[in-house]
Ligand binder design. Structure first.
Ligand code: CP3
Length: 340
C-alpha cells in the first residue's frame, strides 16, 4: 500500500472468511447464526484465522460486518435467509433520523474491538491485520426502508429516492455516519488494526451524484485517519470514473471491481496511490486453467511497478471452490515473482 517494492505481488481476498469454506459453515452452524458469530470475539477471531491456515495469504481482515454501526445506533440488524440484511427499524423519513446517535465504539461496539485485539494476538505478527467499515453512503443504502418488490440489485434506488425527497436530512445522516465510521476506524487502529479499509460497495450507484452523496464523507474520513500511520484503502466499484477525486482524499490505495480497467487505473493514479483488485470472482467456480489465465491478465494489466495488491473485484462467492482459491494464490505468487 505504501508502493514499496516487494518480492511478489501481495494477495488477499475480500470476504476471505466465509461460506465457501466448510470450516466457516461448521462454526456458523455451531453458533446458530451469523450475528452470533459477530458478537463473540473468540469465534470471530478464529474465523479470521481460517483462510490463513489454508492459503499463503498476505493479509488478514477482521471478521465483522459493515452493518454493526447502524445496529449500534439502535436499528436492530438481522439477516433473512436469501434476502440479505434487514433492520427492524429502518429509515422511513426524517423523523427516524432525529432519533439516531453516533455510537461510542468503546461502549457500543466493544465486541468489534475485542475481536481486533484477539485476532492481532493470534496472528502474532505473521501478516498485517486490516480493520474496516462501510462508507456512509453504503450504510445509508442499507438503512433506508426498502420498497417492496425491490431486488437487492435495485436496493440503491430506494436510498436515491429518499435522498431526492429529503436532501437536508440525508446530508445530516451521512454526516453522522461519517463521524461514526471515523470513530470506529480510529478505535480499530488503536486496538491493533494495521491498515484500514472503507467499503463503498454502493458508491457506483450514485452515478452523477457521487460528488454529493459519497465523496465528501470519504474525504472527511480520510482526513481524520491522516494522523494514524495505518494506510487507508477505499474500495469503490465504479471508482474508475472518479480516480482523481479518490486520489485527492489522501487515501493510500484504491480498490476496484472487475468491470474497471486496472491498466488504465494504474496509468492514471499508480504514481501516487496503490491499486487493489480485480479478478472476476466468478472464475473461482470455473477451472484451474481459467483461474490461471485470469490471474495472468490481472498481473499483466497491473504492470511491474510496485503498488499493486492482488484481490478479487468483489467479495468471494459462497459457490467458490476452495481448491481454485489455492490455485489463485499460488499463481499470483509464482507468476509475480517470476516477473520481477
Ligand atoms: O473475510 C471477510 O472479509 C469477512 C468480513 C466481512 C463480512 N462482511 C462478513 C460477512 C466484511 C469485510 C464484510 C463487508 C460487507 N458486509 C460489505 C461490503 C463488501 C461487499 O461485499 O460489498 C457489505 C455490503 C456487507 C453487508 C452484508 N453482510 C451483506 C449484504 C450480507 C449478506 C449478503 C451475503 O453476501 O450473504 C452480509 C453477510 C455477511 N457478512 C456474511 C459474512 C461472512 C455471510 C453471512 C452468512 O450467511 O454466513
Amino acid at each position: 500500500m505504501l508502493r514499496q517494492p516487494t518480492e511478489r505481488t501481495p494477495c488477499w481476498l475480500m470476504r476471505q472468511a466465509g461460506r465457501y469454506l466448510p470450516e466457516y459453515r461448521a462454526l456458523r452452524a455451531q453458533a446458530g447464526s451469523f450475528t452470533e458469530l459477530l458478537r463473540q470475539p473468540e469465534l470471530a477471531a478464529e474465523l479470521a484465522m481460517q483462510p490463513l491456515r489454508r492459503y499463503d495469504l498476505d493479509a488478514a481482515i477482521v471478521f465483522s460486518d459493515i452493518l454493526t454501526i447502524p445496529d449500534a445506533m439502535g436499528m436492530e440488524l438481522y439477516f433473512t435467509e436469501g434476502k440479505g440484511p434487514r433492520f427492524a427499524k429502518p429509515l422511513h423519513g426524517p423523523a427516524d433520523i432525529d432519533a439516531l446517535r453516533a455510537p461510542d465504539p468503546n461502549k457500543d461496539l466493544s465486541y468489534v474491538l475485542q475481536t481486533v485485539q484477539l485476532t492481532r494476538r493470534r496472528l502474532d505478527n505473521t501478516v498485517p491485520l486490516i480493520g474496516f467499515c462501510g462508507s456512509p453512503w453504503t450504510l445509508f443504502v442499507y438503512m433506508v426502508a426498502k420498497q417492496e418488490g425491490c431486488s437487492s440489485q435495485e436496493r440503491a434506488a430506494s436510498a436515491l429516492k429518499f435522498a431526492a425527497r429529503y436532501p437536508l436530512p440525508t446530508q445530516q445522516v451521512l454526516s453522522l455516519l461519517a463521524t461514526a465510521v471515523g470513530d470506529l476506524l480510529l478505535a480499530q487502529q488503536a486496538a491493533g488494526a494495521q491498515a484500514l479499509m472503507v467499503f463503498d460497495s454502493w458508491g457506483g450507484a450514485t452515478k452523477q451524484q457521487f460528488d454529493h452523496l459519497s465523496l465528501p464523507f470519504l474525504q472527511q474520513i480520510c482526513q481524520r485517519l491522516k494522523g494514524t500511520n495505518a494506510p487507508v484503502i477505499l474500495y469503490v466499484p465504479g471508482g474508475e470514473n472518479w480516480l482523481p477525486q479518490l486520489q485527492q482524499t489522501g487515501c493510500d490505495c484504491i480498490g476496484l471491481n472487475q468491470h474497471a480497467s486496472l491498466r488504465a487505473a494504474r496509468l492514471a493514479v499508480g504514481g501516487t496511490v496503490a491499486v487493489q483488485g480485480n479478478l472476476n470472482p466468478e472464475l473461482l467456480s470455473q477451472s484451474e486453467a481459467q483461474v490461471r489465465e485470469g490471474v495472468r491478465k490481472v498481473l499483466g494489466d497491473a504492470g511491474k511497478e510496485p503498488g499493486h495488491i492482488f484481490n478479487l473485484g468483489h467479495g468471494i462467492r459462497p459457490e467458490a471452490d476452495p481448491e481454485l482459491v489455492q490455485c489463485m494464490v499460488e499463481t499470483v505468487h509464482s507468476e509475480s515473482s517470476a516477473r520481477r
